[in-house]
Each structure stands twice: as C-alpha cells, then as structure tokens.
Design a protein around this ligand. Sequence first.
Ligand SMILES: [Zn+2]
Length: 584
Amino acid sequence: MPRLRGRAPLTIILMIIFTLLVIIYHILSNEVDDISSLKINSHLKIEDVYPLSDLTESPRNIARRQQLEAQIMENLKNNGRNIESDENKYGKAFSDSTPLFKGHKIVHLDLKGAPPVIGYYKHLLPLLKKLGATGILIEYEDMFPFKEHISIISAGNCYSKADIETIQKLAEENDLIVIPLIQTFGHLEFVLKLDEYKDYREVFRYPQVLCPSYNKTLILLHKMIDQVVEAHPNIKYLHIGADEVYQIGECSRCFEVMDKKQWGKRQLFLDHVTRVAKYIKEKYPKLSILMWDDEFREILPQEILEKGLNKLVEPVVWKYTTDPGASLNDLLWDNYALVWPAVWIATAFKGATAPDRYYTDIAYHLENHQRWLEIIVKYSHKINFKGAILTGWQRYDHFSVLCELLPAAIPSLAVNLAVLRSSELNTFPNEIPRQITDALQCESTISLNIPEPQYGWTKCVYQGVLVYTATLRLYSLSQEISKMEEENTFKGWMKEYNLKYAFSSPSHVEHAVADLDNFKMELLDIEKVVRSAMDGIYDNYTIQEWIETFMVPLNDKVTSLWEAKEKILKKNAWPRRPLTKIEL
Ligand SMILES: [Zn+2]
C-alpha cells in the first residue's frame, strides 16, 4: 500500500507534465502558423495569398488556425485550474502586491511626427489608464496652435485650441495628468528652420540650437511658454526640454558675453536655463519645471547649486539603452543627490533603436525598463524617484523620417508599464500576464519567448492593432525580398550588369524572380490595408508620409526588377562578347 500511494501522485504529476507539454506544443504551433501564414508562397493561388477580406491569412490558414485555437481552448478549459494559478501568480506581481516603484508613470506622446487625429485619443487615453499610466507628456512641437506673430512656427495641420481642450478633458476623465513639453534651447528645428528665425540660430548653417545671447531669444521663448501655459490652465508641471544642445557658445554674440563675464560654455548653458526657469517660476509659481538632464551630466553639483537651479527645475534622467547603469553610475547619482532631493527618469518604449525602424523590438525595451527598475531600487535610499516618463519617440528630430508608429508600439508600452508596476525585480513572466492581454483584448496567450517581431499581438483587438498587423506584414514581405536577393540565381544573373545590358540566362532569371508578381500584389494590398487601418488614427499627410517612406522605395525596387526581367526574357538571341552597347 505505501508503494501504491507513492506511485499514484507520481502518475498524476507525469500526467500534468504531459498535459502542459501538449499545451506548450499547441501554443507554439499557433505562433509558427502565424508566422508562416504571413509569408509569401509562390505555389499558392493569388486569392489564397491575398484574400481581400482578411489582413494576414489565407482561408486555408485561417481554418487551420481556428482548429488549433479550438484545441488550445479545450486544453485550457481542461487544465484551467493549473493555468489560472500560474496567471494569478504572474498577475500578483503587477496588481496585488506593493510595487517597487510608486512614482508617476507618464507616457510621452511625441507629436513632432505622426500626430494622431483627436478622435484617436478617445480610445488611447482610457487604454493608457487601464495599462497603469498616471499621465501624459505631450511634446507638441509644431502641432501646438501658436498664435499672433509666432503663428508661423505651427504646422499647417496643427491642432486647434478646441482639440487641445478635448485632449485635456479626456485626460481628466481618465485621471491622467498632462505635462506639456516646450523645447527652450536645443531641438528647436521647427522654429529655426524658418527664414524668419534664421537670426536666432547659434550656428547659421545648423537650425538646431537657439542662440542664448541674441536679444530676441527670450522674447520668443516667453511668448511660446505663455501661450502653451494659457492653453493648459490646470497643469502642475511644465517640461522645458533642453536636451542635446549640440552647438553652444559658437556665435559672435555668445563669444562677447562669455568674454565679458569670463564664462565657459557650461556657464552659458546654466545661465540660459536659469533665466527661462526663473521666468516661469515668477509668472506661474505653482508650476514645477521638468528638464532633460543630459547637459547636467558634465556639470559639477557646485555650479548647479550656485545658479539656484536645484530649486528651479527637476531633472529627468534619461537613458534608452539596455544597460542604462553603464553610464548612469554611482558618481552621477551621488552628484544628483547632492543637488536634487527628487528626480524623474525617462525610459523608452519605442523610437530609440533605429531612426527608420517601423516595428518595435519589445525585448530591447523590456530590458531597458527592467534595468531602470533595478537602478530605482538601488538608489532609492539616497534620492527620490518622483516619476518615470516612458518616451515613445516618433522621429529622432524634426528632420528625420518617422520611426515606429504609436499603435504599432502599444504592446511594448503595455509590457513596459507593467514592468514599472512590478513588485519584484526580474520577475516578468514569459507568458504575457492576463491583465495586459485582457486590456488589449487578445484572443490567446502571447509568449515573450518568440523573437521579435512578435506576431501573437496580431490576435488582439485594441484600437490600432491593424496598423501593427500591416506593419508586420510589410516587414515579412521585405524579408522575402531580401531573401530573393540573396539567392545565387539572383546574385549571378540579376546583377546591375545583367540588367544594364539585358544580358542573362532566361532560366536562371525566371527562377531568381519567380515571386516578383506576388510581391507586387502583396505590396498593393498592404498599401490598401495601411490606408484603411490608419484611417481614424492619422490624417492623410501622415498616411502618405509613411507609405512614401517605407513602401514606395520597396515598390520602386520591385517594379524596376520586374521591368528588367521582362526586357531580358523578351530576347531570343544574344550578342557576341565583348558587350559594348547598352541594349534599349
Ligand atoms: Zn550665440
């Protein structure tokens, strides 16, 4: 009997392990199926690959997927108790227990690229609240409706005053604080690029940084600040930017000031920031002023204290890499602790890995947030971390192309907000916690074990997920095209030289570009889907810019290859070498 009693639990454990293996197998099959369904297969019929009614899958794949999903659901039901207990465990780290970090969690909306239409905020802001955000940092740049004689610094499609009121009303309804950001030193490209503001530049050739010594500079900044504050009557914080001041103390006006006052570039920087901050504090004493910290990193605490900046601004210490602690070391935190009792930090959930990236690498940003949480825990005894700003860059600067669109980075934002709400370090589960998949209305479980891009999120139905889906579909297609270019028949018989002289072997050419027709069709369909998915989220300017940036070059390449192929295949006799004349 004792032996039998010993065996029975062992059998049950083995059965549970077996069942779990079956579930994992089915989930992985689902993921693999998702990925393969997005790839182009030249042997399928066109209508199988490009169904008009579905964005990503052929009817055959849909049927297979539904069958697999039904099996998974059945398994989940049968093993519900086990799964439930796991998810409760995962969930516990994000809701029931006390979070390690209790400060603000502010989501950065970078409007200098792809500004959403106002209707989208009705979906976005409640979702941010549900995901655990406590506020939004709005970087209007040229989307703010500046008025009177500075109205020319606004974009032609800028928000209206009523739009801004709507955003604030929606934020209030969702219990989100609003922090406007106005650049007051560097990154003023949107102003300095204009003919009317050429004189304000520190370096004439570079429309990036304001000259702090020009006598009209402060008048302009005061106007901008007054108008932004006036449009946000209930704010408690104002962010004055001041990061990446690439050029300083380089013009003759600054030389004169520095010479007269015996200042270096650091003093010039501190003096300008102090004057801006003092203006705000005197006119709007209830406002707290935030400012990016990077220019402070090379300045001694004593110099900051002498200027009184410790009482004027609260720094936002930013680092978007996977190892923020490498440069934000003990010395920096010791120095900052001497100056400021409280600081803010800034992470990144998108727009920080490549200026032309269009899908978000969640694993990278997850790492960034996890390392930041460690920093917060490590240094909390000496400095108060008042809040975290999760930045979501939409362009690297005013002149650069768009990077990841906000709807395509919502999964990353959701995961990273959860990391910042975690009650333990490094406990983020591989299976996305149910709170997140529920908030994004995902059909099935999503695993972080799958490398990016993660196709599991395409089964969620949050507002904008179709932008995410279309983005991945484009990525999949671009991978297929790259693969084609890596084939030997392509490299040997479709080189520029072959195309230039229309001189190649028809059988190899046929093989090398066998999928071109499919690629062309797929591109056309993705464009149609992109336009429809972005409708209601972006205006036509943004939709057009995205298509011209990421789709038109690919389409041009496919089209010119197709034309070259046609030209080559039309021939039935070839010239003697040497080839000297370009065939037309
Ligand atoms: Zn200057």
